[in-house]
Design a protein around this ligand. Structure first.
Ligand code: HEC
Ligand code: HEC
Ligand code: HEC
Ligand code: HEC
Length: 386
């Protein structure tokens, strides 16, 4: 999509801006670092000129991310970090590009409230003061600001500064239906989970340049061909991460259940003894094949994918749930106990039935806004359960 926009206007007339929050902490350093490296290479291939740093980058470790920019054309920026060059020599307070004979000044500010930096070298300053200083001291024809704050705070700051042409709200998901302006600046939103690319045109007006837009183009896999070089990066990463998770899963072992755990997961074969009909009809649902989907994607060892495609994983208060394919092969797929809870006690004593479940809430724990945006309990319960 970005390629297409660049091709239409010409590289020399285009600026590509990313609103940050590209990195995520998972608690696994090796994985995080590898992922950051891959994401960064992808940003480079896509042709991003400027990333307005978000809280994810600051939490992740800006010096580390800064180092990734060493050999790339991507610039990482934030205007209201105290002594930004000391944080990392590869970070900048602003970027000025000469595009189509015009000087375009781009900067970013972050709401100091949105994160408490764990790195004491990083201190945030007042965003309004920082923006005013840059605006005054750096000559420009067009001024673009990425604002890492919610719409309310951003508006509070930006009404104090005139002369901004375009504001990008980097922390406001979604797109605005109405055209928004703050103090004369056109406002574009961060796009909603990668669903849109927002773009604006600069058009000559009264001897100056005016921003026209934003236009929000929905990204549809059907209409936009994948970028081969980025796809290749991702394939390489996926192969690497499969090996990584596989190696880790081999080192796992069955923990001895703590003695205070009374109820445990037992697996569907136990339910079969008394609920044969239900098990047979459940076996026809896709829940009974949920692991196959992960295998097809090479993700059957990935702890990010497994919890919704297996039974009883991460349930520390009951034993017997899924740990890994090697150790607990009988706990794969979305089985009875994933919805009804561990059935060890009940299987021994059928009178012992745990509380009836709230069907809808149970479904929504996996059929989330991300995994299944159109989920309707009314419709899906008919065919989806057993
Ligand atoms: C030894 C036989 C037996 C086994 C094994 C067994 N059940 Fe049951 N189950 C029953 C009986 C009998 C009832 C009806 C109990 C009642 O309504 O009082 C029942 C009822 C239920 C109910 C309905 C509860 C309700 O509130 O109406 C659920 C759900 C259930 N079982 C799930 C399971 C699951 C899941 C397993 C496997 C982990 C399992 N059962 C294993 C005998 C068994
Ligand atoms: C543990 C997570 C989990 C829970 C809880 C869960 N599902 Fe699913 N569901 C899945 C997964 C994973 C798939 C996809 C399986 C596949 O294709 O690999 C799926 C697929 C489905 C499908 C088929 C695809 C579709 O959207 O038409 C239906 C229907 C469905 N689930 C209904 C339900 C209903 C109804 C509930 C609640 C009673 C529920 N699910 C609870 C994980 C879950
Ligand atoms: C929060 C729960 C959850 C997590 C985590 C999850 N899934 Fe799923 N997955 C679902 C549900 C629910 C469905 C069924 C939705 C549907 O079919 O519309 C599904 C369906 C699928 C399908 C079959 C439908 C399709 O789109 O082809 C595949 C493949 C899949 N998931 C792969 C993955 C992979 C790979 C991961 C990890 C990156 C993952 N899932 C993580 C809940 C989850
Ligand atoms: C995707 C979630 C889900 C899975 C998987 C699931 N159930 Fe259920 N089950 C439900 C829901 C929802 C109800 C309806 C509960 C209610 O009405 O409160 C239900 C009802 C039941 C009942 C009560 C009688 C009936 O049929 O309505 C029994 C017994 C039962 N399930 C057993 C099982 C067994 C055995 C399995 C495994 C083969 C299983 N369930 C798998 C969600 C699930």
């Amino acid at each position: 999509m970005t390629d297409r926009l660049i091709a239409e206007a010409g590289r020399e007339n285009t600026i590509v801006i990313n609103t940050g929050d590209n990195f995520f902490q998972t608690g696994e350093l090796e994985l995080e670092d590898k992922k950051a490296e891959v994401i960064f290479k992808a940003l480079d291939r896509i042709g991003i000129d400027f990333v307005g740093l978000g809280e994810q980058e600051f939490i992740f470790g800006v010096p580390l991310i800064g180092n990734l920019t060493k050999n790339s054309q991507v610039h990482l920026g934030c205007a209201n970090v105290k002594d930004i060059r000391r944080v990392s020599p590869y970070l900048i307070p602003y970027l000025r590009l000469n595009k189509g004979m015009k000087q375009v000044l781009i900067t970013a500010v972050i709401d100091p409230q949105v994160l408490k930096s764990t790195d004491e070298k990083i201190a945030f300053t007042n965003p309004v003061t920082a923006l005013k200083r840059i605006k005054k001291t750096i000559s420009h024809d067009i001024f673009i600001v990425v604002c890492h704050a919610d719409a309310v705070s951003a508006e509070k700051w930006l009404t104090q500064i005139s002369g901004i042409d375009l504001v990008i709200l980097g922390r406001q998901p979604g797109i605005s239906e109405k055209k928004l302006e703050i103090n004369g600046a056109i406002v574009a939103f961060n796009n909603d989970r990668g669903q849109f690319v927002s773009h604006v045109d600069l058009v000559p007006k009264d001897g100056r340049y005016a921003v026209s837009g934003p236009h929000n183009t929905r990204l549809q896999a059907r209409t936009i061909a994948e970028d081969r070089s980025v796809a290749k990066l991702i394939e390489e990463y996926e192969a690497w991460s499969r090996e990584y998770h596989y190696a880790k899963s081999k080192n796992q072992h069955l923990a001895k259940a703590p003695s205070d755990i009374k109820n445990i997961y037992v697996g569907k074969d136990r339910c079969m003894e008394c609920h044969e009909e239900t098990v047979v009809s459940w076996a026809k649902t896709v829940h009974a094949r949920a692991l196959d989907s992960l295998i097809r994607k090479g993700k059957e060892y990935d702890p990010q994918c497994l919890p919704c495609h297996v039974t009883g994983m991460n349930d520390k208060s009951h034993g017997g749930g899924f740990i890994s394919l090697n150790l607990t092969p009988h706990m794969v797929n979305v089985q009875c106990e994933q919805c009804h809870g561990p059935g060890g006690l009940h299987a021994q004593d059928p009178e012992n039935v745990s509380a009836r479940l709230s069907g809808k809430q149970t479904c929504l724990s996996c059929h989330t806004k991300d995994t299944d945006p159109g989920f309707s309990y009314q419709k899906k319960q008919k065919t989806g359960i057993h």
